[in-house]
Design a protein around this ligand. Structure first.
Ligand code: SAM
Length: 218
């Protein structure tokens, strides 16, 4: 685990411990990920008006019809992303920047793409504020991935689609892992793709509810 961004802000250690305890009660066991979630100041990734709810295990609005993901889902996705000890990770759907900040403490380099410009501006400000120098962010349509820095050891998509975009599969390294919510609104599941040479193996995990992966950027 690298840069620990412990202690920034006003929330008590007890509030953060309660969140971690709740994730354990739901069966989440990866202590490395739990420590990072405890140390990452989620209240800095939501509007001040919502900061008192930042350590609840729930998704919260971040504007523009988007959400910061539920901590339990962030924990599960992070666990799947880091299982192959990736050096380089691509995230599609920066949103608030929270998931990227969690990953940045666990891998060498995070590339993250967001289609809504004001969300990306805020997320970049947070990365700077927290001294996360290993996150690089781009304003673009993440359906195309980020070809300039491909291939990636892991790719994480934090918005749902009926199908996994081909560009993302192509930008995965050998033995790379791609984690993404797949399916229509009420019937999404987390899907893990593992690339073995030119064969892609697929596993399905729990039901989830994510905003849609849209096209273009604004
Ligand atoms: N990872 C985020 C966080 O930690 O706050 C949560 C992301 S939110 C559930 C999904 C994000 O995906 C939104 O910010 C949305 O604008 C973005 N998104 C949707 N389609 C996209 C696309 N084609 N390219 C890039 N970002 C996209």
């Amino acid at each position: 685990m690298k840069s620990i961004i412990r202690g920034i802000g006003m929330t008590s250690q007890r509030t953060r411990d309660r969140l971690v305890e709740r994730l354990r009660q739901q069966g989440f066991r990866n202590e490395t990920v739990l420590n990072v979630i405890r140390d990452t100041p989620r209240h800095l990734f939501v509007d001040e008006a919502l900061s008192s709810r930042a350590y609840e295990d729930t998704a919260l609005p971040i504007g523009y019809g988007q959400t910061i993901s539920q901590p339990y889902v962030v924990a599960v996705m992070t666990d799947l992303v880091i299982a192959n000890h990736p050096g380089k990770v691509l995230e599609v759907g920066t949103g608030s920047g929270y998931q990227a900040a969690v990953l940045a403490q666990l891998v060498d380099k995070v590339y993250t793409v967001e289609r809504i410009s004001p969300l990306l501006t805020r997320a970049r400000r947070r990365f700077r504020q927290l001294g996360l120098q290993n996150v690089r962010a781009s304003h673009d349509d993440g359906n195309m991935g980020w070809a300039a820095f491909a291939p990636y050891d892991s790719i994480l998509v934090t918005a749902a689609a009926a199908e996994i975009p081909d560009s993302l599969l192509e930008q995965l390294s050998r033995n790379g892992r791609l984690i993404m919510p797949v399916g229509e609104r009420d019937r999404q599941r987390l899907v893990l793709i593992t690339r073995k040479e030119d064969v892609y193996e697929q596993e399905e995990f729990e039901p989830v509810s994510f905003v849609p992966l849209l096209g273009g950027h604004q």
